[in-house]
Design a protein around this ligand. Structure first.
Ligand SMILES: [Cu+2]
Length: 368
């Protein structure tokens, strides 16, 4: 009966009805996803003061998005109904509205600039560790996280830090790209083989905090689950003295899900401090044949006073003697040749690991 030629009006109405219905359905579905997403913004616990500030920006962004989403969707629905095509109804043309255009340009510009400045301040903070920050070296490797302390201790998949003191992580990878992530601290940084990145935090919440690897493409990045324990003063001094820390969940609350490590606490290092280990490596790896620590030049330059200095290269450029340069000098010694020297250093790629490089770095740092 709908298909009779005389039923064209009914047919049109029916089509309009269907169009409107699908529009409303679309709006409803998007609304559903937004409410769902809002319900799930239960962020992980805030383990640092930075985390709280980070969340403020995050919540501001969510709020802003929800506000504009609502304006757009409500506007869309209202206009779709109000201005729909009807018999005897003619559209009116509007030729611009300067005041309105300035208004909707200026407000979003200001909002975007606020978000930019806010993000910039937070980013600057997390890229600027306090100068008194304690340093811990982090190495990502298939498939675990390794932590090296200045006192020479190396821990696997667990790291202990004091509450209320800034900690700087100097991070690299032994093999492929990994992503170091502590959700409770809202910090994340990728680690890249041959490069040393850093990040810092100051834990405010005692307890265990989950460390993840955020890389996806690889067998077991998701299994690189390390535990960070933020210790109170007493536990921290126990840890420093090499005493086994009781990190049973009953003693230190699990701050954010996950698995407890099988071995808690760390025995003091038997190989001496990290710098002492580096000195030993310099002997066992044969570096001492060409390098000295007392300032005497042999086949290669002396390590003395090199750390942080500007090194003059054969091609006339200079380079800062830092973590990355040391790594490159050991793995690809001929890439940057020191001025006045014959490029005769062999590559130690495959013979000196990322941990050993960290020890050598600590050693170079100690030779003032
Ligand atoms: Cu990984």
């Amino acid at each position: 009966m709908f298909f009779g030629a005389d039923n064209a009006g009914v047919m049109k109405l029916y089509c309009e009805y269907k169009q409107m219905k699908s529009l409303l359905k679309g709006a409803w579905t998007s609304m559903f996803f937004v409410t769902e997403a809002l319900a799930q913004t239960g962020l992980p616990p805030q383990g640092t003061e930075y985390a709280a500030r980070f969340d403020s920006l995050y919540n501001f962004l969510i709020g802003l998005s929800a506000f504009f989403f609502a304006i757009v969707i409500i506007g869309m629905v209202v206009f779709a109904i109000k201005y729909r095509d009807r018999a005897g109804w003619k559209a009116k043309y509007i030729h611009g509205n300067t005041a309105l255009e300035i208004f909707w340009t200026a407000i979003p510009t200001v909002l975007v600039l606020i978000v930019f400045a806010w993000g910039w301040i937070l980013y600057k903070d997390i890229r600027t560790p306090p100068s008194d920050a304690m340093e811990i070296k982090v190495i990502g490797k298939q498939w675990l996280w390794q932590f090296q302390y200045e006192d020479g201790r190396t821990l696997v998949n667990e790291v202990y830090v004091p509450v209320g003191k800034p900690v700087k992580l100097i991070m690299t990878s032994d093999d492929v790209l990994h992503g170091f992530f502590i959700p409770n601290f809202r910090i994340k940084r990728d680690v890249v083989p041959g490069m040393h990145g850093y990040i810092w935090f100051e834990a405010t919440k005692e307890g265990r905090h989950q460390v993840y690897c955020t890389a996806y493409c690889g067998t077991a990045h998701s299994g690189m689950l390390a535990s960070l324990y933020a210790l109170n003063e007493k536990d921290w001094s126990d840890f420093q003295r090499g005493k086994k820390i009781n990190v049973e969940p009953a003693h230190i609350p699990l701050a954010f899900g996950g698995v407890a490590p099988n071995d808690s606490g760390a025995a003091p290092s038997s190989g001496g401090s990290l710098a002492e280990q580096g000195k030993k490596l310099s002997q066992t790896k044969g570096c001492v044949a060409c390098h000295t620590e007392d300032g005497t030049t042999r086949i290669g330059p002396s390590y003395k006073g090199l750390w942080g200095s500007k090194v003059e290269l054969a091609d006339g450029s200079t380079v800062i003697f830092n973590e990355d340069y040391v790594t490159e000098s050991i793995y690809e010694p001929n890439k940057k040749v020191v001025k006045g020297f014959v490029p005769s250093m062999p590559t130690f790629k495959g013979q000196v690991s990322a941990e050993e490089i960290n020890a050598l770095i600590a050693y170079f740092k100690s030779i003032k």
